[in-house]
Design a protein around this ligand. Structure first.
Ligand code: GLA
Length: 393
């Protein structure tokens, strides 16, 4: 009896994302040009590149995996037979055979953003189909939803997944339009907090009626949301653009700040062709450790002066991650006196106390010790670059 009543309160599957989900998604590079071959090669590469070992577990196919129509008799979604000649179960089995998890995409509306059949009215049927494919992750979009209430639509899909019985991470992709952080904590494991990202450091790119955000533009929209994030319920500032054409310094900054924000790390590049430098950024275990820290605290911006920002993130064992970020196009001098500054995470009541504790300072990207907090830090930060530090007791 007790188990039953707990079940009825706990809507989503428990503990599927104690740390921010990590994986790869097809959209940023391939849009709808996806195939069985791409999945298999990407799965192989996730393993051989060290990405799987670094934590990238989910291989997610975004929009474009379906045929244009549902099955006329059963109403089931059909995997595009040209792109996926062996069907989606075979693809899922291949991904699982590599020790990875598999994800798919659909949409709460009548059609997906790219015009494929949406889930509106088919929530329970589609959830059962996904469970039969053996998927582990569902990204659920928000196109073609006129007249639909977001909270109701996502709650219905969450319940449908639960009823289908297979634990599936539920990734809401509603772009923050209806403040999912206020109501989705028990609906899914992560929710997009903004519109789409682009391979642009700052600003907005416009494509006719549609626009996409630069990395820093998205960062600016996260500041007020940190209180909503934590284990099993994450703000999602969108998938990574690392390796998609920005200079290395910008890629490094993007990856650092996503980690400071405890963001899901979903690579969006063609990992079959990535350079050694891109691979090194994506698999940097010490940066990933900041993102994946068990406390699950989204970091905060402590200072923002003359385009030089200072970010802090409390970590386990009293450690801290610190990120000096130069948003400008000229070098900036960062100077920080650990003892006179007063850094407190008010939300979690954690203070950096360099007056009573001397922390060791480690330069994360340079991979070297950088003294202790007994001494001020002074450093030149190149344009669009970061100095990422880990302080430990
Ligand atoms: C929306 C989402 C993207 C991607 C596309 C697919 O724009 O925000 O992340 O899934 O749809 O059409």
């Amino acid at each position: 009896m007790l188990a039953c009543s707990i079940q009825s309160f706990a809507q989503k599957f428990e503990n599927l994302a104690p740390t921010p989900p990590m994986g790869w998604n097809s959209w940023n590079t391939f849009q709808t040009k996806i195939s069985e071959k791409l999945v298999m090669e990407t799965a192989d590469m996730l393993v051989s590149s060290g990405m799987k070992d670094a934590g990238y577990t989910y291989l997610v196919l975004d929009d474009g995996w379906m045929s244009m129509q549902r099955d006329s008799k059963t109403g089931d979604l059909i995997a595009d037979p040209e792109k996926f000649p062996h069907g989606m179960k075979a693809v899922s089995d291949y991904v699982h055979s590599k020790g990875l998890k598999f994800g798919l995409y659909n949409c709460a509306g009548t059609k997906t953003c790219a015009g494929y059949p949406g889930t509106r009215g088919y929530e329970y049927q589609d959830a059962r189909l996904y469970a039969s494919f053996g998927i582990d992750y569902l990204k659920f979009d928000w196109c073609n939803t006129d007249g639909i209430n977001a909270k109701e639509a996502y709650t219905t899909m969450s319940k449908a997944l639960k009823a289908a019985g297979r634990p599936i991470v539920f990734s809401l992709c509603e772009w923050g339009n209806n403040k999912p952080w206020e109501w989705a904590g028990n609906v899914g494991q992560l929710w997009r907090s903004t519109g789409d990202i682009n391979n642009l450091f700052d600003g907005i790119k416009t494509y006719g009626t549609w626009h996409a955000n630069g990395v820093m533009t998205i960062v600016d929209l996260q500041d007020t949301l940190r209180k909503y994030a934590g284990p099993n319920h994450w703000n999602d500032p969108d998938m990574l653009e690392v390796g998609n054409g920005m200079p290395l310094s910008e890629d490094r900054t993007h990856f650092s700040i996503w980690s400071m924000m405890a963001a899901p790390l979903i690579a969006g590049n063609d990992i079959r062709k990535m350079t050694k430098e891109t691979q090194a950024i994506l698999t940097d275990k010490e940066v990933i450790a900041i993102d994946q820290d068990v406390l699950g605290i989204q970091g905060f911006k402590y200072a923002d002066q003359d385009s030089l920002q200072t970010w802090f993130k409390p970590l386990k064992n009293g450690d801290w991650a610190v990120c000096f970020l130069n948003r400008s196009s000229v070098p900036k001098r960062a100077h920080f006196n650990w003892k006179t500054e007063s850094v407190t995470d008010d939300l979690n009541h954690i203070s950096l106390n360099a007056n009573t504790i001397t922390y060791k300072v480690y330069n994360v990207w340079a991979k070297k010790e950088a003294g202790t907090t007994a001494k001020d830090i002074s450093a030149t930060i190149l344009p669009h670059d970061v100095l990422l530090l880990r302080l430990s007791k």
